[in-house]
Design a protein around this ligand. Sequence first.
Ligand code: ZN
Length: 511
Amino acid sequence: MKAFAALKQRLLEVDDLQGAANVLRWDQATYMPPGGAPARGRQTAALARLAHERLVDAETGHLLDGAAKETASLPFDSDEASLVRVARRSWEQAVRIPAPLVSEFHEHTAASYQAWTEARPQSDFEAVRPTLERTLELSRRMAECFPGYDHIADPLIDFFDYGTKAADVKRLFADLRARLVPLVRAIASRPLADDACLHQPAPEAEQLAFGLEVIRDFGYDFHRGRQDKTPHPFMTKFSLGDVRITTRVRENEFTDSFYSTLHECGHALYEQGINLSYEGTPMATGASSGVHESQSRLWENQVGRSHGFWEHYHPRLERAFPRQMQGVSVDTIYRAVNRVQRSLIRTEADEVTYNLHVMLRFGLELDLLEGKLAVKDLARAWRERFEADFGIPVPDDRRGVLQDVHWFSGPIGGVFQGYTLGNILSAQFHGCAVKAHPGIPDDVRRGEFGVLRGWLRENVHRHGAKFTASELVERVTGGELSIEPYLDYLWGKYRPLYGLREEERQGAGVA
Ligand code: ZN
């Protein structure tokens, strides 16, 4: 196993460089004074370049060949054979894209991100139009490095949800949309839930402390993690022993900090649960964007927006915010955190309408990549499609096409589908966990999460990226990704909440 050992050593160096770059990015987002920005951009780019060079080096290819021979007789799911398989995949993806295109893309996205931060507050789409045209061209060129694709978005999707095809996502989204629209319509015909209790001014320190108390109960390991504040919440990892999360706090918006904390904790529990022997290898990460998002959404929604959860935490919330929570019952909180309303901003959307936001973006991406839609017509297309889907006009591009950072910090295509795949999978995984341990809902009612976390660790977390998403889903659920458990979850929850009737579920099937 000489080649295998040398391969592992080389992958560890690549991982160390990437980990160091992550520390710099985390620092930039949390504590760095603004004056550090120019040098920090250079420093992270230098580390990324070194990591890339080390990975695509011809020697890595030789070591992969040697290690493949050494592990050929081992079973598919052995750690050694899996490591060679996973490492080869990331190596092949990395070597296909010529280094000049990688740097061109990095330089362009740095400028494009800057342009977006200035154009968004001004609602000035024209200011970023040329930038975005170039992003589209570069995204296409990246995809062209992988000839033989069925759809030009497929190679881009492979970076985030490996093995998922644009055609599969299109079909899946069409089915889901046809079944979601009747639910959205039915809820929209009922009175809006009152969520005034969530908009009482509450001091930052108390909000943060309450979120931390809950994720400590969830099992987030503070010995291997910490939470800091950033404008946009995220999770990052420097090693399996250091998995950090961030949040932001708004005084009048309790759910902003609270649910972003639960969400990022879900991502972090995944990373903290990975088999420690995978440290420093490409297996020490999530299986895909979709699977990662399934973990964050599971803790945020299936757990954190359940009635049982609030039965347990309502008295604690009252103690933490006695003035704000005066006379607010468990049911009031439960209804408030599950208020459904068609709204402009994806990141603030409820779990019912959220996927329609994702579908809108995914559809536009495909049209752009296919050449059916020109960037100059993107803002208009956004407004038209949004109004058709949501029934509300888009007042400006700031709250329309310019709201998300994704197209200004990465390629056009490949990212958005992961959010909806995650929602769908969260219901499948949660359903399997409850089937294996029917006491889980009662545990949640008592604020006990060990059995659920243990099941997720055993079945999902510990494997890291050893299996692809579809291999993992097959192992865990015994079948394929399916929208039925997700729709059952949504109807099961919102039917009683909004007094919906069964006929409304069976009703209109077209969007
Ligand atoms: Zn997430």
